[in-house]
Design a protein around this ligand. Sequence first.
Ligand code: NAD
Ligand code: IPM
Ligand code: MN
Length: 346
Amino acid sequence: NNVLDLALIPGDGIGPEVTAEALKVLKATLGEDNVKATEYGLGAEHWLATGETLTDQTLEAIRGHQAILFGAVGAAPNDTRIPSGLLEREILLKLRFAFDHAVNFRPSVLYPGAQSPLANPGDIDFVVFREGTEGLYVGNGGSMRTGTPHEVANETSVNTAYGVERVVRAAFEYAQQRDRKHVTLLHKHNVLVHAGHLWNRIVNEVGEEFPDVTHDYLHVDAAMIFLTTDPSRFDVILTDNMFGDIVTDLAAAVTGGIGLAASGNLNINGTAPSMYEPVHGSAPDIAGTQQADPTAAILSAAILLEQEGYADAAQRVHKAVWEDLAARDTSARTTQQVGDAIAAQV
Ligand code: NAD
Ligand code: IPM
Ligand code: MN
């Protein structure tokens, strides 16, 4: 049968509020009985109650599902009960690494009706291919003389030819399917010579295999100028884990806000489920107020549908979101009202 078998990880803060709406839209699209969601209650509450973040046993249970719909994890900055970043590293990053999410796929489209803060945003439509399993994120570091005036704190970025090659290849394959067929590598090889050399070399080598795809390079700092002055120049942006994190929050801001930015953490070798989540976090400042925009989570569900073989359904969700965005006015709606309106249109 073709029942979509999901692991649902709502998480903390607005995570449960926005994933509820994404699940509602998935059920409205495929039919209530064609979506089976198994909820995993991970996050701050679970940690406070049990001292566990994500056990290997739960990880293996999640591995058994077709795909993961994830909300957000993370405590409020003033919550001193929870060590900074513990939930993010031991839940979110553990899932990305354990399930080999090589490509963090993050589209940025300025939909009609969405409000860009730029005076002349133009026609923004690009996708960031953010490497998902390496770089500064792997925790390769340590500190010495901790707490003294001579403290040394190291975070070493890990870049392997294997890890770089697969995200580069995925970006070129994706660009080949698009109209403009253009890949832009963002890095900082004027300073980060070792990693920069590897990324450059592999982009040039893989690029030779795709003669119909053009590619260029920008230093990531200058690229942020163009992302605000001329964002429509980008087609496929390719970059490492850390730069990709920063670039995609700015990309979200210029295309109508973090409440619209969706993503997929893609396992590209079929060894584990991919995971779909909004780019935003748990937003403790608005949690529990029904002010969160669930559109990012709903668009993440659309990426899920697209990637998991439900292209028609994905298209219907996209269309419902476009129509809802185009009809949005300044009157505030609750998280649920936005979800209901989109679910009613699929
Ligand atoms: P954040 O994305 O949670 O919030 C940044 C700002 O955007 C806040 O003002 C928030 O209210 C607003 N915002 C976010 N999502 C929104 C939505 N759907 N609708 C309307 N407004 C929205 O980033 P932060 O404040 O840096 O992080 C809060 C916590 O979330 C931290 O603990 C952080 O580590 C964690 N985090 C988790 C994830 C994840 O699980 N994927 C991602 C980013 C941050
Ligand atoms: C994101 C988040 C995560 C990241 C954090 C919460 C670990 O900011 O998904 O963009 O840095 O990747
Ligand atoms: Mn981020």
